[in-house]
Write a protein that binds this ligand. Sequence first.
Ligand code: ATP
Ligand code: SF4
Ligand code: MG
Length: 375
Amino acid sequence: MIGRRGPQNGKRALEFPDVGESDEPLLVVENLHTSFRTGRGTVHAVDGVSLTVAAGTTLGIVGESGSGKTVLARSIMGLLPVRDVIKSGTVHFAGHDLTAMEPDQLREIWGAELSMIFQDPMTALNPVKRIGIQITESLRLHLDMDRKEADATAVELLRSVGIPSPEQRVRWYPFQLSGGMRQRVMIAIALACAPRLIMADEPTTGLDVTVQAQILDLLGKLQRERHMAVILVTHDLGVVADRADEIVVMYAGRVVERAPTRTLFAETHMPYTRALMESIPRLADPSGTRLQAIPGRPPDLIHPPKGCRFAPRCAFAQDKCRESDPPLRTAGSPDHLFACWFPLVHGTSTAPSASASASAAGDTTIDPGPVVQSP
Ligand SMILES: Nc1ncnc2c1ncn2[C@@H]1O[C@H](COP(=O)(O)OP(=O)(O)OP(=O)(O)O)[C@@H](O)[C@H]1O
Ligand code: SF4
Ligand SMILES: [Mg+2]
């Protein structure tokens, strides 16, 4: 049997009630801030992020390089450096406040309840340990298996993630495996103790498109079988388009749009989200088609610009955008949040300078809904 849940000897002190059947989300992140003190100044990497994840569902976190995805993922997990970090906000997982936990309590739940698949498996795997040992360590620690049982479970886990001849490969070292195989091993380690939530940070970066799809499909299959929640972090909106239930779009450390996936694609409000969509490669595009890169660069997170942080790159920016920060708010549907003074409606900007083309395109008015979170 693989991935048994719970202590076999009553070792774990923390009780994790099953929230799968209740209305409570499994993960509730509120107003999370993480900054780093550096020689150049304070880097505001995560700046007031709130989100929730229900049991068994997938949340996609999307944004360009440097938008704060990995720092957010690590802040949720409690996996930040100890020095020169300033953090605030709360992370509740299955009713427990992770931000209030001592390191030994966190170690108790990492792997067992909450696992992470890291961006770079070569640095996350221990290069001098056989992969079998790297799986059995977690099984023995959290599930108190004896060696024989843990060895057999490691082989089964490797088989379940599609590693051929797992009986031999448990004895291999990470460098003996291809990039795709190493990523499968990372998934096996993350799954070992049947956690309720897997944080997958760019789990397929650097792999070719076919292997990427295989790994993500595998993760999705195992997720459904085990009713796990997954947070899938990526710079590519195309990766989460048909895999996530909900998507959070990050820009310069903040959430700029958040909605159920279908809504996000059908009723995109934030020009930045649309720009990310235009950079998704499409199968129908003739080969050689150039992708629409987003012009300009993300802002400096030490001295972010006044007003909307996307304004220097936004085709619809107005004076108001450069002067004042758009709060995260709703309009119409309560589960669709966006931070933009002149949101797109039916694909057209509501900015005054775009009004001529807007009126030709039909109704582009939007009722500002309540502000739900101050960025
Ligand atoms: N330990 C650190 N000290 C100082 N700055 C940091 C530290 N870790 C991250 N940063 C900064 O925080 C910002 C967000 O980084 P992060 O790694 O979260 O981006 P990302 O969205 O994951 O990007 P990528 O897609 O390239 O992985 C960046 O400006 C980065 O330079
Ligand atoms: S607030 Fe203004 S600058 Fe920012 S995304 Fe909206 S239209 Fe563009
Ligand atoms: Mg990252």
